[in-house]
Design a protein around this ligand. Structure first.
Ligand code: ZN
Length: 141
């Protein structure tokens, strides 16, 4: 049985060297609402949240040179990093994606920022778009 449709684009992840250096562009030029910052220690990033309508831009700034985001910037430069799709039941979705032969980076959901449970699908299985599946934790409601 196919999993339920993806509900929404939850956020768009952007790899940046400095959130501070880009803040004015998002807030003053685009008029996005700055919603604060959060350090996600296990990913070695600081995340800055900028909301445009129902979608957030998440600016990912590495806090350590060993961060995967630092490696990404080193290789590709700053810019679009991933698209996050909101799903109802992330465990069922991961099982469905794997059953269809797609490769997961995260075999199991793990905690992300903003009370999300997240898991990345490998970009080799998604036509080059690093895709994050996310589910809003029940505790956040
Ligand atoms: Zn994300």
């Amino acid at each position: 049985m196919a999993a339920a449709d993806v509900k929404a684009v939850n956020h768009i992840g952007i790899a940046v060297r400095s959130i501070e250096a880009q803040k004015e562009y998002y807030t003053d030029v685009l008029g996005a609402a700055f919603e604060g910052e959060e350090v996600v220690a296990d990913q070695k990033v600081k995340v800055g949240f900028f909301r445009v309508g129902p979608v957030r831009f998440e600016l990912l700034e590495p806090t350590d040179p060993t961060s995967t985001v630092a490696a990404f910037i080193e290789k590709k430069g700053e810019g679009l990093h991933h698209v996050a799709l909101e799903v109802d039941d992330i465990d069922a979705r991961i099982a469905d994606v794997k059953a269809r032969g797609l490769r997961m980076i995260d075999e199991k959901a793990r905690p992300g920022s903003h009370h999300l449970q997240i898991a990345f699908v490998h970009p080799k299985s998604t036509f080059g778009v690093l895709t994050e599946l996310c589910e809003v934790s029940k505790e956040a409601h």
